[in-house]
Design a protein around this ligand. Sequence first.
Ligand SMILES: [Zn+2]
Length: 442
Amino acid sequence: MPSALIRAEWVLPVEGPVVQGGGVLVQDGAIVAVGRERDLPPCDGVPVTDLGGAILIPGLVDAHCHLEWGLMGGLVPDAGFGDWLGAFIHRTAGVTPADREQAARWAALTALRRGTTTLADSGPSGFAAPAAGQAGLRAVVHMEIFGRDTGHDAREKVARHGEALLEAREQAGPRVRMGASPHSPYTVGPELWSEVLADPILGAAPLAAHVAESPDEVLLLDQQVGPLVEAITSVGRDPARWPGGGPGVVSRLEAAGALAPGLVAAHCVQVDEDDAALLAARDVRVAHCPHSNARLQCGDAPVEVLQALGVAVGLGTDSPASAGAYDLRDEARWAAEGVARRGGTPLAADMLAMATIGSATVLGMQGEVGSLVPGKRADMVAIRPFEGAPVEADPSLVALDPRSRIAASWVDGELVLGPDGPVLLDAGAIEADAAEARARIM
Ligand SMILES: [Zn+2]
């Protein structure tokens, strides 16, 4: 017996045609039917939530973000990537774990309010796991590892990281998966990266990394020069070296066997057609973060080339330290501007697809979330169109418009954001704690 019928004037399944005057039937946290109300199976006696003129979409899926840096907005000045990273390293050196924990809780609250129901985090401590879990969000939390360690040191570091991951996994709620992240080719050497892939715990976990983000990263890997080298050496560390392959980042990773199937590669701006073909062949997926790429002068990610060659591309918000605000609808607008800049015609439906089923596919979760299809989990967001919105002309465009309000969210059919705000969180307490943490960080 279904447990709920969510009824709305507009239902956007993303996979499948738009339904006007329809609903989603939920049972045991899963979608059992989607369609016009008269086409749904009989559901007499099933509790109905009537959303009136709202647009119901799949919950948004953030393919790459950093909850622990949620309180860094406006504190690291815009600059080219290498200079920005240098400033970021210095600016965050004194941020305590307690403040990063508060930041993660605030960031999860913010993501929830902005329509995200699944997010993929990368961070040094894994604080995103309890933060996302407590908010009721679905999450993959990639614990970052750094270093040029080799031999025994690399194996030791990876073993400790695996233990930390298992410990975090035990405390993570049922909707949170723990993963690992060799941070990037400029902060992690090929030996440590290989140890991560070979490790029975880390290598079997979901994996993410920053890949080919900026021209500075290419300069570092190809010539060992440039602002990124200066940023890393300024804190007494050595940039990593990837001697095989090249030029460029992806071919060096390929030469070292570092392109693991399922790896979520964030950014992938500095890639050409050959790189895209390699990523596709290795089943590496891409989290496109257009706002951050623009702010840090990384260039224009060739999204259409990646997609044409079969690479799954989703949308990520990165972190407020560089640009994002855990707002995938805003990120979709940046993505649309990129499509237009590259000579294409951005369609709102395509942007919505990238922020839902695209990101879900990047995370390997396309069988669970990312579209409103029977059998998937009932992760949904209701959006209230702005006054006079031309919903009939383009419901996706209206759903992504910032004037249209996120009105409610469900994860596993459970209401996590309602008319009075977050259901599972004390938003006022989180905001007060975050304001105190932010004052300390400033
Ligand atoms: Zn990132």
